[in-house]
Design a protein around this ligand. Sequence first.
Ligand code: ADP
Ligand code: MG
Length: 342
Amino acid sequence: MAKLILNRLSKAFETGGRPAVNDVSLEVRDGGFLALLGPSGCGKTTVLRMIAGFEQPTDGSILLGDRVLADAGDMVAPEHRNMAMVFQSYALWPHMSVADNVGYPLKVRGVTGERCTAKIREALAAVRLEAYADRRPADLSGGQRQRVALARCLVTEPDVVLLDEPLANLDRHLRQEMEETFREFHARSGATMIYVTHDQAEAMALATDVAVMSEGRLLQVASPQEIYARPEGRLVGGLVGQGAIVTWPAASVENRQLDWDILQQLLSRSDGTECADILIRPQDVEIAGEGVPARVTSVLFEGERYALKLALGDEQVLRAFSRQPVQVGDMVSIVIRSAWRL
Ligand code: ADP
Ligand code: MG
């Protein structure tokens, strides 16, 4: 196997229109698990379909190791890419048993007999469905059907597994359970995985790398921790995790990681220096004795804590957590332990 490389990849569906995918360059290491994250319509599915071979790039190229899979002139057919795609709708055959559904890609490839049976058993074990081999899809829950679809894609031992919002049809509880299944599936199969989602929590929980897209463009690729702590720009900062973005006169400050000493200086500055966007995570806002005053404008009880919105000065809104109950309209004193200049 080898790494998957997208090299300045673009796709325009109509000539002259805004490209659905615009100059995307990206490398996914062999065995990596990349989440492609972005709002609906930003081009995620189009990227996936180009990787799978269902769509030809208008520009740029796709390589698996040093093998060119597609460029604007040439294209390797989908069935010769050794990739598997799992869709939001599981696309199972209703009249076939679970085992036959899973074995279907093998049958198409002419694999039969004991070897076929063994591979089906192995794939079903990987998604913990050994006991369900003889059932029909209609007799399974949504989560189990999704696991059958995963087993079916695993059975051909693909180099690359492409997943297009595979959990979008499941309820929250089942999604968490399936996230475990995906992580396990990735660990066991060793396949390179690309997982498309518009759900940032899902992307962060699952993948080893997150690529954030907006309007056809790639904004940032990094580990979930890096994207969370050091997002590049307002769009990524607003898309990933909770937090508030404030605009303060910080353009002349050198560091991007800001501590309370610097933030206090910024808060008291009203000179003409250019403003910068600063991201403040709620857990970095501490309600403490010796800070600056803020007014509570909203309180949401979340069980283990209260999620607050705070007004600082006339217009800046911060988010914070409190263990103690507070009321809308209360004045509190806050210290901002850490912030990130976008
Ligand atoms: P996402 O998966 O992020 O929601 P898509 O890749 O499906 O986004 O779509 C990106 C853009 O490309 C959208 O504006 C969509 O309308 C457009 N698009 C997608 N497929 C086609 C197509 N086959 N023909 C024309 N426009 C398309
Ligand atoms: Mg899509």
